[in-house]
Design a protein around this ligand. Sequence first.
Ligand code: DLL
Length: 434
Amino acid sequence: MFNKEIETMPEKKMKELQLERLKWSVRHAYDNVPFYKKKFDEAGFHPDQLKSLDDMRRIPFLTKQDMRDHYPYGLFAVPLSKVVRVHASSGTTGNATVVGYTKNDIEVFSEVVARSLASYGVTEKDIIQVAYGYGLFTGGLGLHYGSEKLGALTVPISGGNTPRQLMLIKDFGTTVIACTPSYALNIADYIEKNMPDFKIEETRLRIGVFGAEPWTEAMRQEIEKRLKIDAYDIYGLSEVIGPGVSCECSEKSGLHVFEDHFYVEIIDPETGEVLPEGEKGEIVYTSLTKEAFPGIRYRSRDITRLYHDSCKCGRTLVKMEKVTGRSDDMLIIRGVNVFPSQVEAVLMEVPGIEPHYQIIVDRKGSMDDIEVMVEVNEKVFSDEIKVLNNLTKHITDRFRSILGISAKITLVEPQTIPRSEGKAVRVIDRRKLS
Ligand code: DLL
């Protein structure tokens, strides 16, 4: 473990540490960010009233819209001269959301990523190829600093240029690759299609650090099988820090949250009520140590649940279930709720199907219409039309019986669904365009 004292701290002691840090963080936000002062005052809350963790419930939420409304630096709590880095989300649907870091915030960011890497068994002897995008996105630089903090040899290749990724894996003796799970599959595909002589088992690659988008257990097995590695989940969001908010351990079941830096609650996304431990809902974050951009009760929209399970790895930190989707990614098809990850889970059970798909939602008259474009492998593609028709029928039936929706299934040729070098685009919702 990178920080054994923290990672194995008894729950009670951790709660005391959190309360102490929350008092600082909530006051820091109130004293230094006019937005928080106004919002807390309006809600009748003052930082002096924070006496127990339960008092957190009295504090109003922070939303992505609040961040957009204060673009770019309006929610920073320190002068810009103390800020040493910014990251930002793409902002395709409005102003970008900008987050800032002091030197100390970068230290914390590096520490939580180093802890994550160590929890997968990565050490200073490893060679880590960072194939997340470098730039305003937190993936590249986040993994980079964490890897250096751990003392591993860090290869800052960024995303894309698959032939070059493979060349470096071979020539540099890369042992760990960090990228989105969809890009990892893209790499596996590339080898199979274009480099039949490239033997992945003859490289030193052994671990994958995958996150930034939801991915199913079936997807994990597929990546592990094809790249001959152990695939681990890393989770995070720029508004909270970036990658390293939580990570899997040797058990590959649930992600430990670094609770000494992030206080987590689960709420009912409809009512905003805090739910008891174990129940599924939207995860809400409060930063405990961040200086430049404190986030107090940030509504992430990510759906998960929290639990303590005496993890075999020895960590006592609370666990969160793998995030399978965001409340704003949930599709409502003729009244039925469907997450893209559920579509993926159904598809991955069908032999002959590639893990590449795209969901297109449209509205015909007053009816929602869903079409799922599914890539088949070369072998199935060369089969007779009758076989293909049977496959289409089989998938259509599975969608109806498991998800309760009737979807139009369209089988497409190998390599026709656009590949991603970063986060995959799984859903095209044309209803939002009209
Ligand atoms: O994606 C940070 C990151 C970079 C995480 C590299 C892991 C690896 P954002 O671009 O702000 O930050 O997007 C955050 O992506 O709210 C989730 O909806 C989703 N997400 C991130 N990691 C996971 C994961 C980065 N492991 C949003 N599983 C989050 C599922 C994830 N969803």
